[in-house]
Design a protein around this ligand. Structure first.
Ligand SMILES: Nc1ncnc2c1ncn2[C@@H]1O[C@H](COP(=O)(O)OP(=O)(O)O)[C@@H](O)[C@H]1O
Ligand SMILES: [Mg+2]
Length: 235
């Protein structure tokens, strides 16, 4: 059994069906990337796993526990933390207060504390008393990642952490992922940026129109196969 898996996962927004029988798995210690164009269903999949959208109990399994119908606060307690699309910091709170909020969700001790988050992202220590909104986009993304780590999760879900950032900043943000992996956390990264995803992932899933269209290790996937799975064979 995988650490985390979905089984025939579906999702709807009213009458609109956004996910059609999605099956993915994340093994202990793995970094898995989910790539796909805008609207493919990547964020909906992350919202489903993190309990923002609920489902059949057996649609999602984590550590042999059926969590598909659990709500977001319980999912964090169980050890799955999300870095949401668009960062979603609390604007009136300082960097440090934003980070501390992450620790409230799950009271377990682990390697992630204010000190170790600041060690990974030193600029946040310098700016720890600033409001989140006074930071650059890249610094805000570091806070969002740090906030999720403060719950010492077993699984970290990262939704488009490169979106809207300059290439040098993306490189800095992505440099954190191997450190997070080395700390024992398994990782799911959602990306539209295929190159970035292939660099960090042990395994990749491609999504299109609410379905998984391709799965494999980066070295086993041809450019043509990825292109067809991402844009459709006719594109
Ligand atoms: N809150 C919502 N209400 C209605 N439709 C939504 C909502 N969120 C997303 N969708 C639709 O669901 C589909 C998948 O969206 P999303 O999961 O955000 O894709 P991605 O993250 O891959 O860009 C899209 O067609 C999108 O328009
Ligand atoms: Mg999205």
């Amino acid at each position: 059994m995988a650490l985390l898996q979905t089984d025939n996962l579906t999702a709807h927004y009213g009458d609109f069906q956004a996910l059609f029988g999605v099956d993915i798995r994340l093994e202990e210690g793995e970094t898995v990337a989910i790539i796909g164009a805008n609207g493919a269903g990547k964020t909906t999949l992350m919202r489903s796993i993190s309990g923002v959208l609920t489902n059949r109990a057996d649609a999602i399994t984590f550590e042999n526990d059926r969590i598909g119908s659990a709500h977001a606060a319980d999912i964090v307690k169980k050890g799955i933390a999300m870095v949401p699309e668009g960062r979603k910091l609390f604007p009136s709170l300082s960097v440090e207060e934003n980070l501390l909020i992450g620790a409230h969700g799950r009271k377990v001790t682990g390697i992630w504390t204010l000190e170790t988050v600041y060690e990974m992202f030193p600029v946040l220590k310098e700016r720890r008393l600033n409001p989140g909104t006074a930071l650059s986009g890249g610094q805000q993304q570091m806070v969002a990642i740090g906030r999720a780590l403060m719950s010492n999760p077993r699984v970290l879900l990262c939704d488009e952490i490169s979106l809207g950032l300059a290439p040098v900043i993306i490189r800095d943000i992505y440099a954190a992922l191997p450190k997070i992996k080395a700390s024992g956390t398994s990782i799911v990264v959602v990306e539209q940026d295929i190159g970035q995803a292939l660099k960090v992932a042990d395994r990749v899933y491609c999504m299109m129109e609410g379905r998984i269209t391709l799965e494999g290790a980066p070295s086993d996937l041809s450019r043509d196969a990825i292109h067809n799975a991402y844009f459709g064979a006719a594109a």
